[in-house]
Design a binder for this molecule. Structure first.
Ligand code: ZN
Length: 261
């Protein structure tokens, strides 16, 4: 079907009237804002890495560019990222309900990532800002073994007549997820059904173990020498403070590692 400029303008007006009608009825319609005038859709490590990853889906190569321009035109509304799901309303020649289902990251794959990042993620803020060392960021954004889904882990569904192959609405939603990750990178963990703080726990455990070791070393050291007193010559009374010095410092309870769900 060939669309004239006038057809497109009329369709847009019709859609806008439909949205206004639904908003009046109490429905939510929040357009996903895409930075205008910039060549790149996304400006952060996570958003850009997500979009780069999409472009490795060779089977959808021809479908992706149309989705990108659809998104730029402000046609994606109410985009939500929930565990295993992207959902939005996309304005085409009608309003379409578009959903992308993404399999959760398998527990052994997540454990593998957590092990590879062990002790290297000291701050969730730095992780989300993409400011950690190259090694960690490479592990997390590895095209095959990182956090991003493989094409085979994606199923999509759109109420348009063209959804059997990836339609431009699905593609717009996939790119839209990159834009959302720019603002809320933590949603990548939500989407893949894993707890990002597992990465942090590893660093905390390492720190706690380090502290405990220091405590053990102190307990085993010659306390008399350290404090410049002769412990053997102090009066021995069970409840006195010097006797307590001999006690091994108790270890802080180690944090239980959360299981990836
Ligand atoms: Zn569609």
């Amino acid at each position: 079907m060939w669309w004239s400029y006038q057809d497109v303008a009329e369709a847009k007006e019709r859609i806008q009237r439909e949205i206004a009608r639904r908003v009046k009825r109490g429905e939510r319609f929040e357009p996903l804002a895409v930075p205008a005038g910039k060549k790149s859709l996304c400006g952060t490590f996570w958003g850009q890495a997500w979009c780069r990853h999409l472009e490795t889906y060779q089977q959808y190569e021809s479908r992706l560019p149309r989705g990108r321009s659809y998104l730029r035109q402000g046609n994606v509304y109410n985009l939500e990222i929930t565990p295993g799901n992207l959902a939005a309303v996309v304005a085409g020649s009608e309003l379409y309900d578009t959903r992308v289902r993404i399999e959760p990251l398998k527990a052994p794959d997540w454990q593998h990532i957590v092990r590879k990042c062990e002790g290297q993620v000291s701050s969730m803020l730095d992780l989300l800002a993409g400011r950690l060392g190259d090694g960690v960021m490479r592990v997390l954004s590895d095209p095959e073994h990182g956090l991003f889904p493989q094409a085979r882990e994606i199923r999509f569904d759109c109420s348009c007549p063209d959804f059997a192959d990836m339609c431009k609405h699905v593609s717009a939603v996939l790119y839209g997820a990159g834009v959302l990750l720019d603002a809320k990178p933590e949603l990548l963990f939500t989407l893949r059904g894993v707890d990002g703080s597992d990465l942090l726990a590893q660093a905390k455990e390492a720190a706690v173990t380090g502290m405990a070791q220091t405590g053990d070393e102190l307990a085993g050291a010659d306390l008399g020498a350290i404090f410049g007193i002769d412990l053997a010559e102090l009066p021995v009374e069970p409840e006195t403070a010097p006797a307590k010095l001999r006690e091994k410092p108790s270890k802080p309870p180690s944090k239980r590692r959360k299981r990836a769900s």
